[in-house]
Each structure stands twice: as C-alpha cells, then as structure tokens.
Design a protein around this ligand. Structure first.
Ligand code: NIG
Ligand code: FE
Length: 401
C-alpha cells in the first residue's frame, strides 16, 4: 500500500497542544507525508486514495526518548533495598556499588544476553509510541565491552521499528582497574576507545558524567576535545548531585544538551541559552533517588532554554520503561506544564539529539512517523499513570503497533 489517506483525526503536528488542526487528514505516499490539513480541504488528487479512519483520535509525532542507558545486564534491586534502609546513591557508589556493579554484570554478559535484556526494556517504550531513542554506552568502561553495548544498540535499530542514536559514555565512572588513576583512564577514553569506536561507526555523540563521583571539569573537557577532533557532538550529565559548572563548559563546546541539571545556576542557564543547548530533565531519576533540589525551571523558562524530558532508563537511578510516566512526573514533581512536557518528548527531544530534521515534528516532506492516541484531550498523555494510550503507532506510513 503506497498511497493512503488517514482521516477522522485531530493533529498536534509539533507536540504543542496550543497549535492543533482539528478534523484533519494526512496523505501519505511511500512512507512520506505529502499533504496535511483540514479534512474538508483535502485536494481532489487524494480523493480516490484508500482511506484509514482513526476514529477521532489525537495524533502527535512519534515520541523521542533522548536520554537512556537502555543496554546493560542485571539489575540493582539490592541497592534499592539499601537505599530504602537509608544509604544515599552517592554513598553506595563510593562503597563500590552503583554504576560499577552494573559494569561487572555487563562485562560478563555476551551480546545475545545483552540484546535480550535490552529488548525487553525497549518493547514497552515502543508500544507507547517512542519512534526514536538515544542509547548510551558506559557500563563497559573498556573497549570490548563498550563496543558490545553500542553494537547491541545498533542491532536494536535493525530489529525494531525505531531510530537509535548512540552515545559513547566511556567517562561514566572510573573502572576498578584504574582506581586512583582517573587521568590515565581519561587518556584511554580519548586516545583509544573513542577513536576506535568512532571508526567503527558506533558513535553518534559523546557524553561525560561530570560529578564528584564522576569526572572533573578538566577531565570532561579533555573528552570534549577528543570528540571535537572527530567532529562528534557532545552532551553532559551535569549538575545532577552538585554544582560543578559542567553545563557552562559543555555550552562552550556547543553541546546538544546537558542533562539532569538539578543544581544548575543562572550562569549555566545563560551559557546554555547562548549555545542553543537543550536542558534535558530527568524526573524519573529525581524521583527515584528522592532528590529534593529542583532544577531551575523558572530560569530555564526566563532564558527560553528548550526543555526536553527523558526516561534516563538505567538500573541505578531510573529503572523506567515508560516515557509517558515521565510526563506525569515532570508535571507533578517539576511543575512543568502539559505543553512543556509534550514538546519535551517531541520537538525539543529531537533537538537534544541533533535530529530536528528527522524527528519530533509532522510536516509535509517528512516520514509519516506518528502516534494515534485514544484520548479525548492531549492533557491525558501527562495525566494517566501506566495506562496504555497509543491506539496506533505508525512508522514511515506503516502501522507497527
Ligand atoms: O543518569 N548519573 C549517572 N548516570 C546514570 C545513573 C547510572 C547508574 O546508576 O547506573 C544517571 O542517573
Ligand atoms: Fe543518565
């Protein structure tokens, strides 16, 4: 079926509920949108095309989950129990748990095991309308295991109807074999791992965990320089547990995004605005580690820094496999508005990946990647918790769910 008119729908083409077309029709040819607008204005050349009735559903662009650590082995429910008994995320990491415990499990897992574990987390995201996802490495922390993680991420894109953008996060934590030698590990990341993985086509962007329990500003900058030598865009886990000034540094390297940002200050916000860097907020991690410091939402609004929302799907701080649940958390915990969270998982999330031209917006000339929602109003996308809402997930004009 090469030609199809979708009708009996209300369209929210840019994820902004203040900008909608009611009683809309979409004409799709060879997977691409060739026309969209009010149904009664459908040009006569599409009148004879086969039709698909969406029953009055709301349609948005496919969702974009722009920050995940989806590929890893094992889980950390034991650590969750320790935290329930009073230990903090940072204390557990300092005691040799945390990220490093997932590193042990991931190093020990073969590609097939990793693929199966990761696919089980990807499937629920796809069922709720995610059409593009970022996946980070960072649980290998040595060349072969980082490669395996990134290969699994690429393989997921081959097996599932989703675009995957890979991020090399070699500077996620200090591997035990480099204890006390963080600078030597950064040498390894910059001189050996990043060039090798980039040569293999496994890296779309580069990320660093800039934190007291991660890497310093100077170490982060070395990673950014190595990325710049390869013309790779950068991102940063910044100001999650403390104000390090990572966001301002990342902005100097024209970062696509800085992420978490609970401790971000005004100077960082101003630098991000100037650089066009997206603020990726991760309400699942805020919730799960019971953070109390709120990201500076008012400052981000005042400086008009685009805000994205993502799952941060990972075993330590956000064992989440629902992006819609993050919309709810973003509204309840951060007091974001419904238009903010919806744009945060469409247009702004696409921009956080440097993929504004491919994702996050429905317009003529683009792939017909959209979700038809069984809701009366778009606010329901942020309102329900855990209720399946995607009636139809369409990728390049084909119903995939
Ligand atoms: O985004 N902050 C660092 N990285 C992850 C957590 C990783 C882990 O605990 O396994 C995050 O919160
Ligand atoms: Fe993260």
């Amino acid at each position: 079926m090469n030609d199809l008119v979708w009708h009996h729908l209300h369209l929210c083409p840019r994820g902004n509920p203040d900008e909608v077309i009611r009683d809309c029709a979409l004409a799709v040819h060879d997977g691409k949108l060739v026309w969209l607008g009010p149904a009664q204005a459908l040009p006569v050349q599409y009148a004879a095309w086969p039709r698909e009735d969406l029953g009055g559903a709301w349609v948005t662009p496919s969702l974009v989950d722009c920050h995940t650590h989806l590929v890893y082995a094992g889980q950390r429910a034991d650590e969750f129990a320790l935290r329930l008994a009073g230990a903090s995320y940072e204390e557990i990491a300092r005691r040799g748990g945390g990220i490093v415990s997932t590193v042990r499990a991931t190093r020990a897992a073969d590609e097939e095991t990793l693929l199966r574990a990761s696919a089980a987390r990807l499937e629920p995201l796809l069922a709720e309308g995610v059409g593009a996802i970022e996946i980070k490495s960072g649980y290998g922390l040595e060349l072969a295991s980082e490669r395996r993680m990134l290969r699994v991420a690429r393989e997921l894109a081959r097996r599932y109807p989703v675009s995957v953008y890979t991020t090399f996060l070699g500077a996620h934590a200090l591997p035990p074999e480099f204890a006390g030698r963080a600078d030597a590990y950064i040498d390894e990341v910059c001189e050996r791992m990043l060039p090798a993985l980039a040569d293999e086509g496994l890296v779309d962007a580069v990320d660093v965990f800039c934190e007291r329990i991660g890497f310093t500003l100077a170490q982060s900058e070395r990673v950014f320089e190595a990325a710049a030598r390869r013309n790779l865009p950068v991102k940063m886990h910044a100001e999650q547990l403390s104000l390090m000034g990572g966001s301002a540094l990342a902005a100097r390297y024209r970062a696509l995004s800085t992420d978490h940002l609970e401790f971000l200050d005004e100077a960082g916000v101003a630098a991000m605005k100037e650089a066009g860097t997206v603020a990726v907020l991760l309400p699942g991690a805020f919730y799960f580690i019971r953070e109390t410091q709120l990201p500076p939402i008012e400052l981000l609004r005042r400086y008009e820094v685009p805000i994205a929302i993502a799952t941060d799907s990972n075993p330590g701080t956000s064992p989440a496999t629902s992006l819609l649940a993050m919309l709810n958390l973003g509204c309840t915990l951060f007091r974001l508005t419904v238009p903010e969270v919806l744009q945060g998982v469409t247009t702004h999330a696409a921009r956080a990946l440097g993929q504004s031209a491919r994702h996050g917006v429905l317009e003529v000339g683009r792939e017909a990647d959209f979700v038809a929602w069984s809701v009366d109003t778009l606010a329901e996308l942020a309102y329900w918790i855990g209720r399946p809402l995607a009636a139809r997930v369409v990728r390049a004009g084909v119903t995939v769910h």
